[in-house]
Design a protein around this ligand. Sequence first.
Ligand SMILES: *Cc1c(COP(=O)(O)O)cnc(C)c1O
Length: 396
Amino acid sequence: MLKKNERTLRPATAMVHGGTVRSGFGETSEALFLTQGFVYASAEAAEARFKGEEPGFIYSRYGNPTTRMFEERMMALEGAEDARATASGMAAVAAALQCQVQAGDHIVSSRALFGSCRYVVETMLGRAGVTSTFVDGRDLAAWRAAVRPETKVFFMETPTNPTLEIVDIAAVAEIAHEVGAVVVVDNVFATPMQQKPLELGADVVVYSATKHIDGQGRCLGGVILSSKEWIDKNLHEYFRHTGPSLSPFNAWTLLKGLETLPLRVACQTKSAGTVADHLALSPLVSKVLYPGRADHPDAAVIAKQMTGGSTLVAFELAGGKEAAFRFSNALEIVKISNNLGDAKSLITHPATTTHKNLTPEVRAELGISDGLLRLSLGLEDIDDLLEDIDAALAAI
Ligand SMILES: *Cc1c(COP(=O)(O)O)cnc(C)c1O
């Protein structure tokens, strides 16, 4: 349980202190309980704990003190009543969706999704008899038209990967709630610092903690946050019996990541804004998509639901794939990688990597041209980054 004052702490404070439980040694830094199980003082104590009559941990698949500290710190940040930490972001997405549907149910999802998220909805849940409809997330009429009597879940990601399109969370949640569907938002790209889906009407928020929450390229992780009621009803048993649990070691790493999350996201967002404006001045760049710029096509929705422009910039080079490859290869500080949210700036060519499995038609529909690049800003000095980018533009 969160201590009362942790609900009102400002984010920077909550990320340093939230959820901390100290052992008898009074350690300053969060203790790492690298243990599978727990011992009981007596058979009666074990019986009481299994009956739920006495608080305490039973087995690390169900819960662990270090993992719980991470969950509670995330709850303080998100304003959520409860949470479960998972081994990866995909474990979080799969669990959040699968735990609440059964054969015959229907999911409506925005079509611009992280590739594996689309696989979970379409293929994996499809095999289990759950049908799905993919819509352009910006088109509210399309969400409404996709609803069927058996629709149970609305799922979306915003801003989207890699084109940073925006879905209006509050408007979509209203449509979902009219028909009794549960709204699940994958909030990775906005980070918990810049968008609060639960406050906007979503019911469940999922993160890949692998991204900004670790933020230093070390470990995988994920988290699902919601009301206590939703977690007790849907996720609790699913989680205990299928075991997508986060390792306590990775939970400890992520706890330390959260301490610097507000600082890192602020710095990376500032750099992203500067780089976006800089790229927009180049005649070699045909399009810049950055949620922090006034010329973003969804600027009105961004003003309603985001408090920052994100740490990523998408842009299109007029010279297509050849220019995109030359630019990427000429970068020295920015590294070529498909990850994001790292301390190191990373560049991705979606059409040939993260989104290569889509057909050219679907890529075109999603705006993923051969000249499109996605840049995740890191913590380097902005002047070094701008010099690196200028040199790479010159190399085209
Ligand atoms: C990376 C990512 C995931 C998957 O997270 P992993 O930790 O890599 O499993 C899911 N959704 C989005 C939007 C992501 O960026």
